[in-house]
Write a protein that binds this ligand. Structure first.
Ligand code: G6P
Length: 561
């Protein structure tokens, strides 16, 4: 048999290959089943590239989690068989999600495969994921993910070059002959393009000299950001190498969930509370999420982080040169951003959860900055959320203002008031219980009496319902609609309770309850107030109304942010 022979393999569909908020995420064992990954890759190639498939070019990379290498080789072998002519691959199959988005755009590729399950646990018993990004560098929109899913339900065969051998460990270009055509794999060093982009966006000299007087900790959480942190902060900015911790990408992320929040990065919070450092950040598995802490562990809620940066974009050369048209946030993200937009006279859009919904708004020039409460923040420099970009943005603002994280937040709240925000996560509850909860809440939405009702907590604090629905979105550019994107209870005083099921879990269900209350405090005592205390009455109402405890048997959430 000729070494690069294309083979057509007969297969049958698998149930449940429906991409969620961010690609298809399942336990590793599911992806390891014969034909399972192949089916999904074949459907993604056909639906994602359509008529462009023959002769197309793709970026490929992942966060280094367990099964990444195997998946990289599968994508290469199947892309070659399906007529793709060029693959740009991160060395050893590694690329952060933001870097991959940038490479698709910079190299003008037709799309890319990002092999990651984001913040989900890794290792042989953890999760794996495959995400297809389109030529704008962003996650495929719903019209494409729906097509991918549809194809997975009818697929009868896939194409592969089983014997194609590509050395993914060495930087360089290899060309192969496949079915009479040329197929090229260009293995690239993973940090160079991304570093260059960051240099174009930020004033590195200013950040470098600011960092000289700062004691920082940057925690890669053994995800993909490690090499980028070393390259940018240690080599470029001169930060001591011991300031960058957990920077070796590991297949199991060192055994913990690579999700930068107060629970899964609690050790970083504990270190910061000692008061020996001024600034800290942690990142998720694939580098699109970030968390920022200031001196003594001062926590920056991602909703506030988005609003603060929106109000300070003039400190970032990229925005200073290009101007700013508007902003966007996912629906559950607090309305702190809307206040800034109003103040500045800019547009502010509210989208469903998932970065894919920001793509059209950025492509049409309507927005330049967007973010989500789930620790995602980004701009139109790429089409993904970008953790390291967010940290550089904060450092730029701190360098220009010479102010600490806490000072910046406090000044912000004085001008705009404070949107207190918390999210309760109930991880791994039964799908049945979660569905029952949604069913009960839907009945409330359908009951005309609910609007106008007063909801009270045991202490007598009451809130009058002004509006409720299950959020629907119409994209202002292509007018596509997305339904059932989260149940919203909006109260007369501006408070909100939102219920939504996570779209990134690999099995079972995770319930998110988002609670928000706004205060304008003339005494400027905001910083002394604990969001958990302020929001207690609303949280009590949210839990009671949803019957969460009765339905799930859960007394306490798994994570509070
Ligand atoms: C990832 C994606 C985000 C998405 C989020 C949703 O971080 O990059 O774009 O919004 O997951 O997670 P959830 O669990 O709330 O569905």
């Amino acid at each position: 048999m000729a070494p690069n022979k294309v083979e057509t393999i007969l297969t049958t569909p698998f149930d449940g290959q429906k991409p969620g908020t961010s690609g298809l995420r399942k336990p590793v064992g599911v992806f390891q089943q014969p034909h399972y990954s192949e089916n999904f890759i074949q459907a993604s190639l056909l639906a994602g590239l359509g008529v462009k498939l023959n002769g197309s070019s793709l970026a490929v990379g992942g966060d280094g989690r367990f099964f990444c290498r195997e998946a990289v080789h599968l994508v290469i072998k199947m892309a070659a068989a399906n007529g793709v002519s060029k693959i740009v691959l991160g060395q050893n199959g590694i690329l952060s999600t933001p870097a991959c988005s940038h490479i698709i755009r910079k190299w003008e590729l037709n799309g890319g495969f990002i092999l990651t399950a984001g913040h989900n646990p890794g290792g042989s018993k953890g999760d794996f994921g495959i995400k297809f990004n389109i030529e704008n560098g962003g996650p495929a929109p719903e019209c494409i993910t729906d097509k991918i899913y549809e194809l997975t339900t009818t697929l009868t065969e896939y194409k592969i070059v089983p014997k194609l051998k590509v050395d993914i460990t060495k930087v360089g270009t290899s060309t192969f002959k496949v079915a009479g055509r040329e197929f090229t794999v260009e293995v690239i060093e993973i940090t160079a393009d991304y570093l260059q982009l960051m240099r174009e966006i930020y004033d590195f000299d200013a950040i470098r000299s600011f960092l000289k007087g700062q004691r920082v900790i940057l925690n890669g959480m053994n995800g993909v950001t490690g090499p980028y942190l070393q390259r940018i902060f240690v080599e470029e900015m001169g930060v001591p190498s011991e300031s960058c911790i957990n920077c070796e990408p590991l297949p199991d992320f060192g055994g913990r969930k690579p999700d930068p929040n107060l629970t899964y990065a609690s050790d970083l919070v504990a270190v910061m509370k000692k008061g020996d450092h001024d600034f800290a950040a942690a990142f998720n598995g694939d580098g699109n999420r970030y968390m920022i802490l200031g001196h003594r562990g001062f926590y920056v809620n991602p909703c506030d982080s988005l609003a603060v940066l929106a109000s300070k974009l003039e400190y970032i050369p990229y925005f200073k040169q290009r101007g700013v048209k508007g902003f966007a946030r996912s629906m559950p993200t607090s309305e702190a951003l809307d206040r800034v937009a109003l103040h500045l006279g800019k547009e502010c859009y509210q989208t469903p959860t998932g970065w894919k919904f920001f793509g059209n708004l950025m492509d049409s020039g309507k927005i330049n900055l967007c973010g989500e409460e789930s620790f995602g923040l980004g701009s139109d420099h790429i089409r993904e959320n970008d953790g390291i970009w967010a940290v550089l943005a904060w450092l730029s603002v701190m360098a220009c203002t010479q102010k600490s994280v806490a000072q910046i937040l406090m000044e912000h709240w004085l001008v705009h008031g404070r949107n207190f925000f918390t999210r309760y996560d109930y991880e791994n509850v039964s799908v049945e219980a979660a569905d029952k909860m949604v069913e009960g809440l839907t009945k409330l939405i359908e009951d005309p009496k609910t609007k106008g009702m007063t909801f009270s907590d045991p202490t007598g604090r009451s809130y009058k319902m002004s509006y409720l629905d299950n959020f629907e979105y119409e994209d202002p550019t292509d007018h596509s609609t997305s339904k059932n994107q989260g149940i919203r209870f909006l109260f007369e005083d501006g408070s909100r309770i939102i219920y939504r099921l996570s779209g990134t879990v690999s099995s079972g269900a995770t319930i998110h309850i988002y609670v928000e209350g706004y205060e304008r405090n003339e005494n400027a005592q905001f910083y002394k107030q604990d969001p958990q205390e302020v929001l207690k009455p609303l949280v009590t109402i949210a839990l009671r109304t949803s019957k969460l405890k009765e339905l799930t048997g859960r007394d306490v959430p798994t994570v509070i942010t």
